[in-house]
Design a protein around this ligand. Structure first.
Ligand SMILES: [Zn+2]
Length: 473
């Protein structure tokens, strides 16, 4: 392409005429022109995000106004108010709360674990898992049966009666994709209590889901199984898990005394928060972007998923600041209750079932505010190729990885209706250092990395809102 043509395209982009006669021409756009303008668009959005971005400020505000916004708490209510006010301030239309009933689990004030040896007693760092029942007031005391898998627990079932079952399989450190490492180990957290209850154990103590060795227990969701005795359950920090394991391996036979006073209450009303940036020429078609507004209650929820919320809000601000007028509507949805119920994601898919066929794509950011690498996507065939070409344009910015896969948990319920799902992929080596722990706070967030995530989201949302996408085949 000539330099002059490229200059004209940049001017077109800057003069806000992108939609009808430029980027989004629904006829047969020149391929070269289309690609050049997409790259220019990505550069413009990222320079706006870096020069005058507001994502860091927005995330500071959210984590200050509504830290530890676990579903059903006053902090989650404040997050809903913040989201609604933010969308209105950013000029989104039809801003509304969509009602969702959410579980209400209260951590309580007591989470103690004393490790008793013949000649000493010390405290270990634990945190109740979300949904756990309490221990009796005097606590649960017992010897420990350490296992690394459910299969090992079944083999040792005859020794499990009355024991505290200690699930100590670490996340595999060698996996470059830390989300795959998480997936390998996390069944211990989600189903450990049920497995322990099934073999007569008294408690499920689970190694925290992180490869980092430190003193922070990482909470997270768990569930009980019908017909299986319910036992309380907690995460133990990786440093204390290692100490406990070393003593057990050395035959020291420690006894633990654990107390939790958490409790589950009846469901309460909460909301997804939704707002639209109306499309300029086909407003009835929707590209949905979002993250989840709720977080765990130990830290401020900066990375998980305050970052995804501000990625989405800042994306619509950047699109407007860049003078883009995407053809389709870009809808921001900040979902409630991803962490311990997924009620918001399910409610959106159910309540919007009649219009899901008009959802061209949904993009979730729920991998933290780290440097974006690209996007995962569940499309196939020609549609996947078209989306891959759009993502490829981010390559010169280091964000052009296209990874076949799904989107986030909140948008997954739209998958069966045929909505194309995408997830922002980040450099995730530090994600699980903070995930669901007391250190998921603002000081763990880099301003530039967060800003680039918002730019990537703005690019992908606006490009998909303008693109001529072939159907799945
Ligand atoms: Zn999350």
């Amino acid at each position: 392409m000539s330099r002059r043509l490229a200059a004209v395209l940049v001017l077109l982009l800057l003069s806000c005429s992108s939609s009808r006669d430029g980027l989004g021409n629904p006829g047969q756009p020149s391929r070269a022109a289309d690609e050049s303008s997409l790259l220019e668009r990505a550069r413009l959005l990222s320079s706006l995000a870096l020069n005058e971005g507001q994502s860091h400020e927005m995330l500071s505000e959210l984590t200050r106004v509504a830290p530890a916004r676990l579903s059903g708490t006053p902090a989650a209510d404040r997050a809903v108010e913040w989201a609604e006010a933010s969308m209105k301030r950013l000029g989104l239309k039809n801003v509304r709360r969509e009602r969702v009933m959410v579980p209400r689990w209260i951590r309580g004030d007591v989470a103690s674990c004393s490790m008793i040896l013949r000649d000493s007693e010390e405290e270990l760092d634990i945190a109740a898992l979300g949904g756990s029942i309490a221990t009796p007031e005097e606590g649960i005391s017992g010897e420990v049966l350490m296992v690394r898998s459910f299969e090992e627990l079944r083999r040792k079932a005859s020794r499990a009666e009355g024991k505290i079952i200690f699930f100590n399989r670490p996340m595999p450190r060698a996996l470059l994709n830390t989300f795959l490492a998480y997936r390998d180990a996390v069944p211990q957290r989600s189903s450990g209590a049920a497995e322990a209850g099934r073999v007569g154990g008294s408690f499920a103590l689970v190694r925290s889901m992180t490869t980092r060795i430190d003193d922070n227990p990482h909470t997270g969701a768990m569930s009980y199984e019908d017909g299986v005795p319910m036992v309380p359950t907690a995460a133990i920090s990786t440093a204390d898990a290692n100490r406990l394991a070393a003593l057990i391996t050395a035959g020291r036979n420690p006894v633990l005394r654990i107390r939790l006073d958490c409790q589950s209450m009846p469901d309460v009303e909460s909301a997804n928060v939704v707002g639209d940036l109306p499309g300029s020429s086909i407003p009835e078609e929707i590209v949905l972007i979002g993250g989840h507004l709720d977080s765990w209650d130990l830290g401020a929820g900066a990375h998980d998923d305050g970052a995804g919320c501000v990625h989405s809000l800042e994306a619509v601000r950047l699109i407007q600041a860049a003078g883009l007028r995407p053809r389709r509507t870009i809808r921001v949805v900040l979902f409630m209750n991803e962490e311990n119920g997924l009620r918001g994601g399910r409610a959106y898919a159910r309540d919007h079932a009649q219009e899901l066929f008009r959802h061209v794509a949904a993009i979730e950011s729920d991998s933290g505010g780290f440097l974006p690498r690209g996007f995962s996507c569940n499309a196939s065939g020609a549609r996947a190729e078209a989306i891959r070409e759009i993502v490829d344009e981010l390559d010169p910015l280091g964000m052009g990885a296209y990874i076949p896969g799904g989107g986030g948990a909140d948008i997954a319920p739209m998958g069966p209706a045929g909505v194309t799902l995408l997830g922002m992929v980040t450099v995730s080596h530090r994600y699980f250092d903070y995930h669901h722990s007391a250190i998921d706070n603002m000081d763990a967030v880099n301003e530039r990395e967060l800003a680039l995530g918002a730019a990537a989201m703005a690019y992908m949302a606006s490009a998909l809102a303008d693109a001529n996408l072939p159907p799945e085949n």
